[in-house]
Design a protein around this ligand. Structure first.
Ligand code: ADP
Ligand code: MG
Length: 704
């Protein structure tokens, strides 16, 4: 692995980037490939062969010995299979290193071991990975040496998507076509492509690896399943943006360097709200690249942690009672010639195209709030959403004072005549510069907030792929644009019709706008009054995928077929049930083998002490007696809860239908898990620390 000290040299040094291609590929091949990347032109095998050869030569110079198609099946993690570049030895025993165009563009992993949700019977195991040339190949270095990784999409023999990437690429195409239509209607003749861009802020926790190894719950389920709150949590707000300790700084430095090598633009790093919680954000990029980069970033966060004796927790809620982790998905639409469709400009009130784009998005989010909610559904997020730290499970949109005011003017008068502007910020200190404030404040409790020139979807879970929510965003916005364009193309006065549409959409979908405190109880009630869907759990959200509305939407843009949607719903139900099962079994294991034995040891000591002290004349063993009776009561509550949970786990095993099993887990298993946790957490506060078998929350979050 080459070492660099200069960031400019380091950045992208392991990426087969546009610059590298330009340098190394014959001019004609480069031009052909660019046509495929930029215009989607078919790639000939001739071009693929030349590209593959140069890619291999370059990768070998970087120290690679193998290549791998790198893809994102529906397991939630990335998958790869390494093949060495060597060919069969020649007669003299020598090997040649080769890599063909065919190997570059097509792979054939055995699809039967990946989730397919019934799309493909196991005997029809064929699946294909195909090269996504719009996301650059890279060489990754780890214990296995250098691997040339080729980003690919993963489909079944019949072309059905088995991964996260395929629908994402399809949805990008859908929104591109409709957004271009809109631009043309407003007189734009220059832009050739509209790309959704995303910057995904990644939150994570770091704990000491030695302590992590002592907690089976963290090992098996990624989160703590027991644990009493330490005397200090995050109430002092002294961790958020606090100074970063040197052990963590050293870790962050290496994370950045590894990201930069792979062209991942790690930019902003800071401590987050909870102790031991941090964040890393890249610079935004086209969404398929942002999704690939986010996967790389998560992997790097994990890998580098091990080198520093740390463990990186990407779970949405590693610790009950402390903030969980999410992934803020900042989304905008940008043309190839530098126009951001979500940029309001200086006077948004007379920027008709912007207002139309904005109200189309309002409409899209209102009509498909259930789908957007579903896109953020993953097992861990059930513990986080609505927890006074993350947006509630109800979707609403925050626009800010300026835009809300403009829409109000439109609704009332048909037009808007002015935009409220930000006043000057005056600190009252002469040496501090005064500056113009943003026209809008932020609202951190909103799941979908307009933040100047982009929307920030704040619901996504920290472990989840960002593909899911962007597939939904791209497609629902494509639909809204399509419906608007259909009207505008019929009209002989585009400007006037656009204003009518803006007013219509703003009026009809006003109910989705909410600027207040999204964490409050009142909002829950208000949301119900407005008829907004409230889907608290993943299990409640999954059916949104397969409604007729959803099948129509995704079908009409060729993003998902009905089959694909049904299979995805099935996979998600299975995933939920499996995860809950693992959690329940882990709790049973820990309670039976670690916690109950420790509590028994403690009660034995108490009982002995009680007897010994009680025989001493004048001595009082009242404290021992009281502790003993308290502990015994909690112990017996634990034992009963354990028995109940065991029975429920056995019952869950008997379900055949994935949706029914998931519903059972949510309704029966989850409350029983809570019932087991409760006495154990109380016991943790009573039992001698020396005897408690697992590191406490305090040990985990304050001693990193
Ligand atoms: P914050 O939301 O914390 O104020 P920023 O607004 O600077 O932080 O950016 C957060 C993320 O949003 C970053 O990843 C950034 O690259 C991304 N971002 C900034 N502008 C855009 C945009 N126009 N489209 C998409 N993402 C953007
Ligand atoms: Mg942000």
């Amino acid at each position: 692995m080459q070492e660099f000290t200069d960031i400019k040299e380091l950045f992208g040094c392991d990426v087969f980037s546009d610059r590298v291609m330009q340098e190394r590929l014959p001019k004609k091949t480069y031009r052909e490939l660019k046509k495929t990347i930029e215009e989607g032109k078919d790639l000939s095998m001739e071009v693929a062969d030349v590209v593959a050869h140069e890619m291999k030569e370059w990768a070998i110079e970087k120290g690679a010995t193998h290549f791998s198609h790198w893809f994102q099946p529906l397991t939630g993690v990335t998958a790869e299979k390494h093949d060495a570049f060597i060919t069969a030895p020649m007669e003299n025993g020598q090997v040649i290193l080769s890599f063909s165009g065919k190997e570059l563009i097509k792979g054939e992993p055995d699809a039967s071991s990946f989730p397919s949700g019934g799309l493909r019977a196991t005997f029809e195991a064929r699946g294909y990975t195909t090269w996504d040339c719009t996301s650059p190949a890279f060489v990754r270095h780890d214990a296995a040496g250098g691997i040339l990784c080729i980003p690919t999409a993963f489909c079944s023999y019949t072309g059905e998507a088995l991964d996260q990437k395929t629908p994402l690429l399809r949805s990008m195409e859908a929104v591109n076509i409709q957004a271009l239509r809109l631009l043309r209607l407003f007189g734009n003749t220059t832009s050739r492509k509209v790309t959704p861009s995303v910057g995904a802020e990644q939150e994570y926790f770091l704990v000491d690896r030695e302590k992590w190894l002592q907690r089976k719950d963290l090992i098996y389920s990624g989160r703590t399943l027991f644990g009493a709150m330490p005397p200090k949590g995050q109430e002092m707000d002294d961790h958020y943006l606090g100074s970063i300790r040197s052990r963590i700084s050293a870790y962050m430095k290496e994370v950045n360097e590894e990201c930069w090598r792979l062209g991942v633009t790690a930019k902003t790093q800071h401590n987050e709200a909870a102790p031991a919680q941090h964040e890393l954000a890249p610079i935004y990029a086209p969404v398929n690249i942002a999704a690939d980069h986010n996967q790389l970033m998560m992997r790097i966060l994990k890998k580098v942690a091990t080198r520093h004796g740390l463990r990186c927790l990407l779970h949405e809620k590693p610790f009950a009672g402390l903030n969980g982790s999410g992934k803020h998905n900042n989304w905008s639409l940008n043309t190839d010639d530098g126009i951001n469709l979500l940029d309001p400009g200086k006077s948004p009130h007379d920027n008709t195209m912007f207002l139309l784009v904005l109200t189309c998005i309002l409409k899209a989010v209102d009509v498909h709030a259930d789908l957007l909610r579903e896109s953020a559904a993953d097992v861990g997020n059930d513990e986080r959403l609505g927890g006074n730290e993350a947006p509630p499970a109800v979707i609403s949109v925050f626009l800010g004072e300026q835009l809300e005011d403009i829409l109000d003017q439109m609704i009332e008068n048909g037009t808007a005549t002015h935009s409220k502007s930000g006043s000057y910020l005056e600190t009252g200190v002469r040496t501090l510069p005064d500056f113009r404030k943003d026209a809008n404040d932020r609202n951190r409790t909103s799941p979908f907030a307009f933040t100047g020139n982009k929307f920030e979807f704040r619901m996504v879970g920290s472990r989840d792929s960002i593909s899911g929510c962007n597939v939904v965003l791209n497609t629902i916005v494509a639909e809204a644009f399509q419906e608007a364009c259909d009207e505008l193309e019929k009209s002989d006065n585009v400007e006037e019709t656009a204003l009518e549409l803006i007013r219509k959409y703003a009026t009809e979908h006003k109910r989705i706008i909410f600027s207040g405190n999204g964490y409050s109880k009142e909002w829950q009630e208000e949301a119900r009054r407005r008829g907004l869907p409230d889907l608290p759990s993943m299990v409640d959200a999954i059916p949104a995928l397969t409604t007729e509305k959803s099948v129509r939407l995704f079908g009409s843009f060729h993003v998902f077929s009905r089959n694909e949607l049904e299979s995805r719903a099935e996979i998600k139900f299975e995933l939920y049930a499996k995860a809950k099962n693992i959690e329940a079994r882990t709790m049973i294991d820990m309670a039976s083998k670690q916690i109950i034995p420790a509590v028994i040891r403690y009660t034995t000591i108490l009982a002995q002490s009680y007897h010994e002290v009680d025989t001493v004349p004048g001595a009082d063993a009242g404290v021992q007696r009281e502790l003993l009776s308290q502990t015994s009561a909690l112990l017996s509550e634990t034992s009963t809860a354990l028995k109940n949970l065991k029975e429920a786990v056995e019952k869950a095993d008997r379900f055949q239908d994935a949706a029914e099993k998931a519903a059972f887990c949510r309704k029966e298993l989850v409350p029983l898990m809570r019932a087991l946790r409760s006495p154990v957490d109380e016991l943790e506060m009573i039992v001698d620390k020396e005897l408690w078998p697992i590191p406490s929350y305090g040990d985990l979050i304050f001693e990193v």
